[in-house]
Ligand binder design. Structure first.
Ligand SMILES: Nc1ncnc2c1ncn2[C@@H]1O[C@H](COP(=O)(O)OP(=O)(O)OP(=O)(O)O)[C@@H](O)[C@H]1O
Ligand SMILES: [Mg+2]
Length: 308
């Protein structure tokens, strides 16, 4: 089976800023792919190029073999897009928004009307179909944008932060919906929710400064970074003294403290012995090895400073 998406050295420059820097990727059909990265990493810029809303500075990408640079029209027929900002037509009702979209894709009413009914039902919006989007809550607008992206049966669905602003129920409902769609289409999403990427995506790329840092399943990424050797250590006494002492140990790369509990990241496997030697026997209440979460892998790779 040919790949659903091939990205080859895609680059976007805004003046002197390189927002996406020679990004390459190949996605198998039916993958749920998650693109993670801090604010400003280049996720939306990448999606805008892939969905033909923006021309790349250089490089190309192919959706079912069609170039985003030279075959924009054919690409647009193959994709569904949920942009980061809701872009519903506020002068059309929910139903009219969906019908317009279907007609722009050349669909006949007998094909789109049943789909519209089914999706509105599925997303709990049926009773609001004749209302204007401005009268919807943020989460309801989001759900409508997702429905709209699905009406024309895309082969590849792009979702830029689809669940930002959704309540936990709607988030989970959308995850369920995406899971059922995976047999019909490939899904490319961005998210800032690590639990979402963890539970939904078969493959994850963490990007920063326009480039990919790591690529793998959630489990692979966690295993690859498990060598970070994170320990939770609880002491019976002398927290202040030990804090100073741990800070001086060259084997300790990061230290967090809450009263007598420490979260210690060690440099390597051999670092455990010097740490243990520095503590008087009897002072340890509990020590355990912590498996890193996807969030820790993310912070480890992209740093802890807040972005623009
Ligand atoms: N139209 C534009 N003109 C100039 N610079 C831009 C433009 N759009 C984005 N940028 C810059 O490109 C970089 C990447 O932005 P982008 O929106 O792709 O990030 P992102 O990963 O989607 O971030 P977020 O998580 O906040 O949505 C940022 O430094 C941003 O300031
Ligand atoms: Mg973005």
């Amino acid at each position: 089976m040919s790949p659903a998406l091939i990205i080859q050295g895609l680059t976007k420059r805004y003046g002197s800023l390189t927002a996406v820097d020679r990004f390459s990727l190949e996605l198998r059909q039916g993958t749920v792919f998650g693109l993670l990265g801090p604010n400003g990493a280049g996720k939306t810029t990448l999606i805008k190029m892939l969905t033909t809303l923006m021309r790349p500075t250089s490089g190309d990408a192919f959706i079912q073999g069609e170039s985003i640079v030279t075959a924009g029209k054919r690409v647009r027929a193959l994709i569904g897009v949920v942009p980061q900002e809701n872009n519903l037509d506020r002068y059309l009702t929910a139903q009219e928004n969906l019908v317009l979209h279907a007609r722009l894709h050349g669909m006949a009413p007998r094909d789109y009307l049943p789909r519209i009914d089914r999706f509105l039902e599925l997303t709990g919006l049926s009773s609001r179909r004749n209302d204007f989007p401005d009268t919807f809550s943020g989460g309801m607008q989001r759900r409508l944008v997702v429905v709209r992206a699905l009406i024309h049966l895309p082969r590849l669905l792009f979702l830029d932060e689809p669940t930002t602003g959704l309540d936990p129920q709607s988030r989970r409902a959308l995850w369920e919906q995406l899971r059922t769609l995976r047999s019909e289409m490939t899904i490319f999403l961005t998210t800032h929710y690590m639990d979402e990427a963890d539970s939904l995506c078969d493959r994850i790329v963490i990007m920063d400064h326009g480039a990919s840092l790591v690529d793998g399943s959630a489990q692979e990424l966690k295993e690859r970074y498990a060598h970070a050797h994170i320990y939770e250590l609880e002491l019976r006494r002398d927290g202040d003294r030990y804090e100073e002492l741990f800070q001086l140990l060259p084997q300790v790369t990061s230290l967090e403290r809450e009263r007598d509990s420490f979260r210690i990241v060690l440099r390597d496997e051999e670092s455990l012995k010097p740490l243990m030697d520095s503590i008087q026997s009897g002072d340890i209440r509990r020590i355990c090895l912590v498996e890193p979460s996807l969030e820790e892998v993310f912070l480890d790779l992209t740093g802890k400073m807040v972005r623009e």
